[in-house]
Design a binder for this molecule. Structure first.
Ligand SMILES: NC(=O)c1ccc[n+]([C@@H]2O[C@H](COP(=O)([O-])OP(=O)(O)OC[C@H]3O[C@@H](n4cnc5c(N)ncnc54)[C@H](O)[C@@H]3O)[C@@H](O)[C@H]2O)c1
Length: 374
């Protein structure tokens, strides 16, 4: 696939679609980056879009069609629910916008593939969350592994387990239904991190389980309401990676004990523990043969950012013509790996993962989202 040529000059115009829970984090970050100009917030509920626009000093708000009709919006940021990601992303591409999508890219593989093809055919860029992998934590870990600090990577172990988001999300239904569950909701953070450290997944063996067919909302106006659970709330999987490494990942909404953010890579010379894949920065630790505990805490290099780093990286790439890092193809590969995981859990067989993605360079250690470069 050829990369779109550099276009435009100055800060890149951005419009947000979906003014719900996660839009606060995006708007906080995106409005603080001088290389971006947030120009419009859209939502199915116009009053919600207006309230978020007012709160973050965005000049205009309204409907999705109004956003897509604007010439000064170059990147549409899709923060709608997983079930509508594909249709909203496709509409934005059809309107000539570059798109950043929240994860997952789509809720079925055919739709995900179609989006990547649509963007390629139109010469538009498609980016996909998570961009936690672009934070200083995982980028420092990546640079260490690429430099050979742990020798040759052999195995990985990753864990995210807690009692589940129905306890804190005011509208958590979607997190327990098709397109959600710990695999599709949290899996993208861990699988994206694993694939950026170890390369693409080639096959998976998995097992799923669940605590029951319903949950009760724990907070907000619907607190006490029972809703249906239709996907496994516990998934454990073993992955083969193209580079020869093997990894194990456990994701659970069924664990009274909270243990999250664990991602360890064991190499021939040392084991490295990354920062939380669902965060942007944190401690990196290493241990060497004979050590009974972590012996070294490595200083993380880089300016901490938040949700929106991937939009910024895509925006800068638009102007320079360089590669953007959190690509739709990585999102598609992670989607395929997740569906393969679900299929393996359902069939008790190894399932191959065929898609691949272009390797993207690590961010330079002096990457600064708060700098004006455009
Ligand atoms: N909440 C989190 O902590 C979190 C963290 C990371 C990623 N995400 C992802 O962000 C996305 C949004 O999650 P959320 O928690 O903000 O959900 P939410 O339900 O709080 O907000 C979604 C918003 O999108 C709007 N919307 C839905 N369909 C639309 C459409 N077709 N056109 C325009 N607007 C539409 C809704 O009206 C709502 O305001 C999901 O993909 C989720 O996986 C959420």
């Amino acid at each position: 696939m050829s990369r779109p040529a550099a276009t435009g000059s100055g800060p890149v115009g951005v419009g947000l679609i979906g003014a719900g829970n996660i839009s606060d984090q995006y708007l906080t970050q995106l409005t603080s980056y001088p290389d971006l100009a947030v120009r419009f917030v859209a939502d199915l509920l116009p009053e919600r879009a207006r309230a978020q626009a007012d709160r973050y000093g965005v000049p205009a708000a309204g409907t999705v069609d109004e956003l897509l009709a604007r010439d000064d919006v170059e990147i549409a940021v899709n923060l709608t629910l997983p079930a509508t990601h594909a249709v909203v992303t496709s509409a934005a591409l059809a309107a000539g916008k570059h798109v950043w999508s929240e994860k997952p890219l789509a809720t079925d593989l055919a739709a995900g593939r179609a989006l990547v093809e649509q963007a390629d055919a139109a010469g538009l860029r498609l980016g996909c969350a998570p961009d936690t992998v672009l934070g200083p934590g995982l980028q420092t870990a990546r640079r260490m592994i690429e430099r050979g600090d742990i020798g040759r990577p052999l195995t990985a172990a990753a864990t995210m387990q807690y009692a589940g988001p129905h306890r804190w999300h005011p509208a958590p239904d979607f997190l327990y239904q098709a397109g959600g569950g710990p695999l599709l909701d949290i899996g993208p953070y861990y699988l994206t991190a694993l694939t950026q450290l170890l390369g693409p997944v080639t096959r998976v063996a998995a097992r799923g389980a669940g605590a029951g067919p319903t949950r009760v909302i724990g907070t907000g106006p619907r607190a006490g309401e029972t809703f249906e659970v239709t996907v496994p709330t516990y998934v454990t999987a073993i992955y083969d990676f193209a580079g020869g490494a093997v990894g194990q990942l456990t994701l659970s909404f069924d664990s009274p004990l909270t243990r999250t953010g664990v991602l360890e890579v064991a190499g021939t010379a040392a084991t490295l523990a990354t920062s939380d894949p669902n965060g942007f920065t944190g401690e990196i630790r290493t241990a060497r043969p004979g050590d009974t505990d972590w012996t070294e805490v490595v200083p993380v290099t880089g300016v901490p950012g938040g949700r929106g780093l991937g939009v910024l990286d895509l925006a800068r790439a638009l102007r320079t013509g360089g590669p953007h890092r959190a690509t739709g193809r990585i999102g598609l590969h992670v989607l395929e790996a997740m569906f393969a995981t679900a299929e393996s859990a359902a069939t008790a067989r190894f399932v191959p993962v065929d898609s691949r993605f272009e390797p993207v360079p690590a961010l330079p250690a002096d990457f600064d989202p708060t700098a004006r470069t455009l």
